[in-house]
Design a protein around this ligand. Structure first.
Ligand code: SAM
Ligand code: GLN
Length: 284
């Protein structure tokens, strides 16, 4: 016998969020941190849980991304804590990690992850390279706190060092891989981002300045002294900025670079340095 109260809550979610019954059940299950089949198991739900669910459904109705409402999200195989005010990792960044994984002869020992956010990139790379040591920076206090929790949850405190600073300020070691998903949306395009992004995600994480490459330039210039010979700089970028980036690199005498497409066919990644023995897939 299905619990009436839970059924009412699921029905409320169907109506208010304009989702299917199955979707509503999944949302309620993730809010309660239970598998979907368990949500109807008790005959009734207590007052506290009912209030909790109503409040969370209201946040969703107001357009808050589910990740901020549940305070958890999935990045590849990793279940991460996320706090409102911290950038929600995207599918394109999961694909970025897959591209790095394809550089089969490239096994970095030291990695610098700039603008780590939740710590997603660092945590994935720490698993990909079991002996690597990573320095992860972010300017945002909230991001650093969130990354710290995730790094601790994955038992990586000894291998990922967090630094609250701008870009790589205060870093004094050298790296084989310098990676970043920096803010890269040109300021003039911020207004056209989805409402949930504009209303809830931090612009500090997204606004790439007038031409969208303000941080790309700063990262390339400021990290140059910290790249080991044979090292690689890998950056997530916006497709509209490819030409400007190319001009910038050529003007600065860099000719060893390539752009790669994401899983949706858009140029999304810039690799600087020599990529040897790449298992090729979706490569221009
Ligand atoms: N790496 C995470 C990911 O892929 O999900 C977060 C990427 S988010 C697009 C960009 C991050 O850069 C944000 O966490 C933001 O706080 C950080 N950031 C912005 N300006 C920065 C700066 N000057 N120095 C370091 N980090 C910065
Ligand atoms: N791809 C993100 C978005 O569209 C922006 C990411 C970034 O600036 N690094 O919201």
């Amino acid at each position: 016998m299905v619990s009436k109260k839970m059924r009412e809550i699921v029905e409320q979610a169907v109506k208010e969020l304009a989702v299917s019954r199955g979707e509503a059940e999944l949302i309620v299950a993730s809010l309660l941190e239970k598998p979907r089949f368990e949500i109807y198991l008790n005959d009734s739900i207590d007052q506290e849980s009912r209030q909790f669910l109503r409040a969370k459904l209201m946040q969703l109705k107001n357009g808050m991304p589910l990740e901020y409402v549940t305070k958890r999200m999935q990045f590849m195989n990793y279940s991460l804590r996320i706090l409102p005010g911290v950038f929600i990792p995207r599918f394109e960044t999961e694909y970025f990690i897959e591209l790095i994984e394809k550089l089969i002869d490239f096994v970095p020992e030291q990695i610098l992850d700039i603008g780590t956010g939740t710590g997603a990139i660092s945590i994935a790379l720490a698993h990909l390279y079991p002996d690597v040591h990573i320095v992860a920076t972010d300017i945002s206090d909230k991001a650093i706190r969130c990354a710290r929790e995730n790094i601790k949850e994955y038992g990586l405190t000894d291998r990922i060092q967090l630094l609250q600073c701008s870009i790589c300020n205060g870093v004094n070691t050298r790296f084989d891989l310098i990676i970043s998903n920096p803010p890269y949306i040109p300021s003039s395009r911020l207004h056209s981002l989805p409402k949930s992004v504009r209303d809830f995600e931090p612009m500090l994480a997204i606004d790439g300045g007038q031409d969208g490459i303000q941080f790309i330039k700063l990262i390339i210039e400021q990290t140059a002294p910290y790249l080991n010979p044979g090292g690689i700089v890998a950056l997530e970028i916006d497709e509209d900025t490819v030409v400007t980036i190319k001009e910038f690199l050529q003007t600065n005498g860099c000719d060893q670079f390539s752009f790669r497409r994401d899983q949706f066919g858009k140029y999304r990644y810039l690799f600087i340095g020599e990529l040897k023995n790449e298992k090729s897939r979706n490569i221009n």
